[in-house]
Ligand binder design. Structure first.
Ligand code: ATP
Length: 239
């Protein structure tokens, strides 16, 4: 059997004395699109930070295509094919093009231009605005830029935090369509999503987190006829 694109086993994490993750097990198969849902504060963003190498776990193991990357730095994980889209923060005074170029930091210099052109080809709307300062983009365009920056890194596995946050449904629809296309082209994707409806419309499989651990795992079709189960999963311990 081929190795999982991404596998986390028994992950624990803390902020000083405050424990945030309690033995998380999660996997994303090659070419799979997986969601991670759960109420505020259950540890979704912390888990993403641990997976991307931005926060060191206190226990557990992370594997990328079968290789142990638990002790590997965030930058090296990018080189190994793991990229992350977090928020819409950009370098506002820099142009869209320069924001993209900067994100080629993990690529050999000779490949940056081609990678930037490829990312712009995915987002024609950004290509039209390549010379514009990023601060002048709309919220939706900024989220496109956040995605495009990750694409510049040529990921095999993409982690996405809260794609739909604060965006109009029509904009979210376009971004989801983009994630689907990237996934269809073979990219494994893990998307943290506050809106369970958004997640269920998109993913092959979804994890529900509760108080720092995975509480359930389902395929959307299993949940289609069970609104009461979805409700209890969404509300977690608050049901
Ligand atoms: N920098 C930090 N310092 C201390 N505690 C933190 C820090 N970041 C997160 N936490 C705590 O860790 C727990 C998990 O937070 P996390 O942001 O991972 O949750 P989340 O599920 O992503 O929430 P949300 O959906 O609201 O973004 C929370 O109790 C939070 O208060």
């Amino acid at each position: 059997m081929p190795a999982d694109a991404l596998r986390a086993t028994a992950i624990e994490a803390a902020y000083g004395p405050v424990r945030a993750l309690f033995g998380v097990d999660l996997r994303v198969g090659p070419g799979e699109l997986v969601g991670l849902c759960g109420p505020n504060g259950v540890g979704k963003s912390t888990l993403l930070r641990v997976l991307s190498g931005l926060h060191r776990p206190t226990a557990g193991r992370i594997e990328l295509y079968g290789d142990d990357v638990t002790a590997v730095s965030a930058v090296r994980r990018v080189r190994l094919g793991l990229s992350t889209v977090v928020g819409q923060a950009t370098f506002g005074s820099l142009s869209v093009l320069d924001n993209l170029r900067l994100h080629g930091y993990a690529l050999p210099a000779a490949q940056v231009r081609e990678a930037v052109d490829a990312a712009l080809a995915v987002f024609p709307r950004l290509a039209q605005r390549a010379a514009q300062p990023a601060s002048t983009l709309s919220g939706g365009e900024r989220q496109m830029l956040a995605l495009a920056r990750a694409l510049v890194q040529r990921p095999r596995v993409l982690l996405v935090d809260e794609l739909s946050l604060g965006l109009a449904p029509i904009v979210v629809g376009g971004l989801l369509e983009m994630l689907r296309r990237l996934n269809n082209s073979g990219m494994a994707i893990l998307v943290v999503e506050q809106s369970v409806n958004v997640a269920l419309s998109l993913v092959d499989r979804v994890y529900f987190m509760e108080r720092g651990a995975i509480a359930a795992e389902h395929r959307p079709q299993e949940l289609a006829a069970r609104p009461e189960l979805v409700r209890s999963l969404v509300l977690g311990g608050h049901a």
